[in-house]
Design a protein around this ligand. Sequence first.
Ligand code: 7TS
Length: 408
Amino acid sequence: MNVQEIRQHFPILNQEVNGHPLVYLDSAATSQKPVQVIEALDRYYKEYNSNVHRGVHTLGTRATDGYEGAREKVARFINAKEPAEVIFTRGTTTSLNYVAWGYARNFIGEGDEIVITPMEHHSNLIPWQQAAKATGATLKYIPLQPDGTISLEDVRATVTERTKLVAITHVSNVLGTINPIREIAGIVHEKGAVLVVDGAQSAPHQKVDVQDLDCDFYAMSGHKMLGPTGIGVLYGKRELLEKMEPVEFGGEMIDFVELYDSTWKEIPWKFEGGTPIIAGAIGLAAAIDFLEQIGMDAIHEHEQKLAQYALEQLRQIDGLQVYGPEERGGLVTFNIDNVHPHDVATVLDAEGIAIRAGHHCAQPLMRWLEVTATARASFYFYNDEKDIDALVKGLQKAKEYFGNVFTG
Ligand code: 7TS
């Protein structure tokens, strides 16, 4: 399928915004949804809406098959050893908090170290700050290179015998940096620590094989990969999930309940208290079907080309600075001299172009970049060069407009 054919599956893209055809360049915040996903949700609610794991009635069985089938699909998609290693959560933030509450707070103590990087999204930063405070562990940072990458020497120098957990993003939502997870996993495991990977920006855009990466935990969000909001995944290696404590207690996750004590179900269900996110999981399964139809390698290649094209084009604009390394995922973060990124985004919006401006939930990284905010255009496989050309035209307009305001 070429981009024009792909776009036919995304009805939302076929509209005008402020009198211009919509150019959606904010997929790192959330992706758009193909009809296949919308119809899967519609079918679930119209034809077999029911609770799972309890009823023996036909609709309940269909819903359970849909929900557990989605787990199997996710397991295959990320190449987990078995579906039991896939826990459904509300999204990346919830997945990372589960590890911080259920694992870190029980297996990390005073004198231990938790290691992260300054490029983390707040969702992969604050849970570790809080876990360090609660356990008496020390929070340490692997420093960034000037281009916004990390070096393996720095990883080796920062991770010590005292380090119990390292948490790092696979792909930065601001810099686009793709971190060498497999190599980092080797160093982390040599020291006997566990590696937690924030996959929010990698699972939607490239083939992820958790066994090949050899990460211990991997977190992802359905809504960034064509799925509905409110569904995400925490992958964990079986032996760690078995050790890890549940975070939410109540129905569905128990085995036996006595007056003063209870026992839990097997993994993954001991982590899924209450009625689970049935429709979300079914929608995510439809999203994965669509992604696989396109092919994750083709998606990655297309987006890398778009990122390179965007870099070339944006660099031709005087007074525009791009942040991050050359080799990157499908996004570009930038600022125009003397123009606030919110103003850039507002001018672009008037042209029908949607980008994100702000701190991107990465305030420590903004400080490292010595800015308070940036603009960011992020791509998916339904974008093409024409979208970037529209962006460049819009940016020139923003520059002219604010240039005139300042000089006039
Ligand atoms: N980690 C990274 C690297 C992210 O980019 C995001 C969301 C999250 C975690 C949190 O995901 P959630 O689904 O739990 O919210 N990033 C963005 C963004 O860049 N713009 O809006 C949301």
